[in-house]
Design a protein around this ligand. Structure first.
Ligand SMILES: [Zn+2]
Ligand SMILES: [Zn+2]
Length: 259
């Protein structure tokens, strides 16, 4: 069997407000280190030549421009919160160029939310500039996008059952404070785990860094990258020094490979 190759680009690694937070003068928000500037969290994955976008938040257009992303074959959504769906309309230039509707993949509840927010895209006769979107409802079962196998990983975000995704040796688990045991079992032999770590203080819907470190150790990926950080996490440089060598804070623009 041929070896599959994956590339992943972190387009954003911040929590819902991003960093800097509007109006905040804390050490993290005032830092000059580019690694302390965090857009809302999302990643762009290229696997066997297929371009998959996971989440598209309010910074999406700027992220596509900054990281020179010109093509997307499908968008996968983890959940319906605004910091993960607010940028979907910005796939229009890609749709206009390819002439193809953009396939999106999400759970039923998330698709219903997207249909509400982007009602103009789902009208029977949308206006000519509206995005053409084809919604694919998924559940816990593996599915395939142009030959790329995607395994949904059920996780919990406060009260909300949401999905992470595993593609090859990479798993992306954002916005979670609970990974059920059945889902841990789906995370064996990972090259790369990408995991929510909000900050240090306990939160009702996100792992703290300390909780995320324990989960990452339990899952045992070769390398773990933490995402969805708030400004209360501290500066990238300070926190990075405290982490074991197989774990890092991700930062916007970081590119990694996996098999
Ligand atoms: Zn979020
Ligand atoms: Zn701040």
């Amino acid at each position: 069997m041929s070896k599959k190759t994956g590339r992943l680009h972190f387009l954003g690694t911040g929590t819902s407000q991003g960093i800097p937070v509007v109006g905040c003068k804390c050490d993290t928000c005032s830092s000059y280190d580019p690694k302390d500037k965090r857009f809302r969290s999302s990643v762009h994955v290229v696997y066997n030549g297929i371009h998959l976008q996971i989440d598209a938040g309010p910074d999406f257009r700027t992220q596509l421009l900054r990281y020179d992303i010109a093509h997307i074959d499908a968008v996968l959504f983890t959940h319906e919160h605004q910091d993960h769906i607010a940028g979907l309309d910005d796939v229009r230039p890609i749709i206009f160029k390819t002439g193809l509707a953009m396939p999106i993949y999400a759970q039923e509840r998330v698709i219903n939310r997207i249909r509400k927010v982007y009602d103009y895209a789902f009208e029977e006769q949308p206006y000519p500039g509206a995005p053409r979107i084809v919604a694919h409802q998924i559940n816990k079962k593996p599915f395939s996008i142009q030959g790329v196998e995607v395994l949904p990983i059920p996780i919990v975000h406060g009260q909300l059952p949401i999905l992470g995704y595993r593609i090859g040796g990479m798993a992306y688990l954002t916005d979670t404070n609970l990974i059920p045991d059945e889902s841990i079992a789906l995370l064996k032999d990972l090259d790369v785990l990408i995991l929510d770590a909000l900050h240090h203080r306990e939160h009702f819907s996100h792992f703290t860094l300390e909780q995320a470190l324990l989960q990452a150790k339990k899952i045992g990926a070769k390398q773990t990258y933490f995402i969805h950080m708030s400004h209360h996490m501290g500066t990238h440089e300070t926190v990075e020094k405290q982490l074991p060598k197989e774990m890092n804070l991700a930062y916007d623009g970081l590119e990694i490979k996996f098999s």
